[in-house]
Design a protein around this ligand. Structure first.
Ligand SMILES: NC(=O)c1ccc[n+]([C@@H]2O[C@H](COP(=O)([O-])OP(=O)(O)OC[C@H]3O[C@@H](n4cnc5c(N)ncnc54)[C@H](O)[C@@H]3O)[C@@H](O)[C@H]2O)c1
Length: 366
């Protein structure tokens, strides 16, 4: 199969969808890999390294004119003209972004296979997880940075000062993002509170990897109570494939002290904070009701070397699996079937169709 790797176009996005080592692996399996010139530079991989691996360096248009395009982020408007009947394997977050991309995929007959809904046999999200780990670590670091007075923050440092704790961190969601944000906040020495929906799961986390965290059940009353004196709030919920539920209301944000910070990591799925809107690495924050909002949709793009290597470790077996298969047989693979969001001009993921209010375009795969 001909596999194309375009250069990412999202603002300050320096990840790339394949490493030279990954390209070599696919080529050894009999596939051809076409990498757009300079696609790897931001992650520290030169054009020569891809050539030495056996890949062909090509233009943007040629990287899209293939059987399967492998990307990092969703196609942007400037890339819609390249969409065709090829397979595109990337993060799509269709329910969280505008419906235009979905309409375009439907119109062109593109097969859209989404990293974020690919589930392994244990029900985990193996491709989302490494990026969530990076984003979770970063959420606490960014929150801590924007709490600085020179950033219009409260001037509270998250951490222990000669044994005394400073800073209250409240994290909504106890999955990969939530656990990593909590681990960093605990390591800094802040007081950390995590909200989840499954008491057993929270108990297990407390007994194993997060003994210092105070867990509480996620509901309106508890969240309202905890948020009021929080210095940093991290939004880390996920309802697979679906638009994120608005767990934190505008009134809750109004109840927070001026200079507090919220980091809405769930913004790629539309955001779990009512006052959030997507921001970029160049212009990452805005202030609403005195609260600093950080809502960057491609946080791991800030650390492309780490993120690219971690992402390709996760995607490579699936890229190979898709490339080795017939397109028509993909829907019979349990893991890939969950990842196929658009197929033969229909939305095949119910959560996406519901989130976009496009149930008339929904058709289950099998
Ligand atoms: N902005 C970015 O750059 C970026 C990067 C990586 C991941 N993300 C996003 O972060 C979000 C979280 O990802 P994840 O990998 O941690 O997912 P996950 O599935 O590992 O965890 C999500 C958690 O949310 C919990 N949850 C669901 N509803 C809840 C509620 N009402 N209250 C409290 N908890 C609730 C679930 O129980 C689950 O534990 C996703 O939307 C993901 O796409 C964003």
């Amino acid at each position: 199969m001909k596999i194309g790797i375009p250069k990412e176009t999202k603002e300050k996005e320096s990840r790339v969808a394949i490493t030279p080592e990954g390209a070599k692996y696919l080529i050894q399996k009999g596939h051809s890999v076409l990498v757009e010139i300079d696609a790897g530079l931001g992650s520290g991989f030169s054009n020569e390294q891809y050539e030495q691996a056996g890949a062909k360096l090509v233009s943007t248009a040629s990287a899209w004119a293939v059987d399967m395009v492998v990307k990092v982020k969703e196609p942007l408007e400037s890339e819609y003209r390249y969409l065709d009947s090829q397979i595109v394997f990337t993060f799509f977050h269709l329910a969280g972004v505008s419906p235009e991309l979905t309409l375009e995929l439907l119109r062109k007959g593109t097969t859209a296979i989404a990293y974020e809904t690919l589930e392994d046999e244990q029900g985990r999200l193996p491709i989302l997880a490494p990026m969530s780990a990076v984003a979770g670590n970063m959420a606490t670091l960014m929150g801590s940075y924007y709490l600085a007075k020179f950033n219009q923050g409260k001037g509270i440092q998250l951490g222990k000062v000669l044994g005394r704790r400073f800073g209250k961190v409240v994290i909504i969601g106890d999955g990969v993002v939530g656990q990593h944000a909590a681990q960093v906040a605990c390591a800094m020495g802040a007081d950390v509170f995590v909200a989840g929906i499954d008491l057993d799961a929270m108990h297990k986390l407390k007994m194993t990897i997060l003994p210092e965290v105070n867990f509480f059940l996620s509901n309106k009353e508890n969240i309202g109570k905890h948020i009021i004196d929080a210095d940093l709030v991290v939004g880390a919920v996920l309802c697979r494939g679906a638009k994120a539920p608005k767990i934190i209301s505008e009134d809750m944000i109004k109840s927070m002290a001026e200079g507090s910070v919220v980091v809405d990591v769930s913004i790629d799925q539309g955001g779990c904070i009512e006052t959030s809107r997507p921001t970029t690495h160049s212009d990452p924050v805005f202030i609403k009701h005195g609260v600093i909002h950080y809502c960057v949709t491609n946080m791991p793009g800030a650390y492309p070397r780490t993120s690219t290597i971690a992402l390709v470790d996760a995607t490579l077996p699936y890229i190979a699996k898709i490339a080795d298969a017939e397109r028509s047989s993909l829907k019979f693979d349990n893991e890939l079937a969950k990842a196929i969001n658009v197929f033969d001009g229909k939305i095949t993921c119910k959560a996406v169709a519901e989130g976009l209010e496009m149930m008339d375009q929904y058709q289950p795969l099998n």
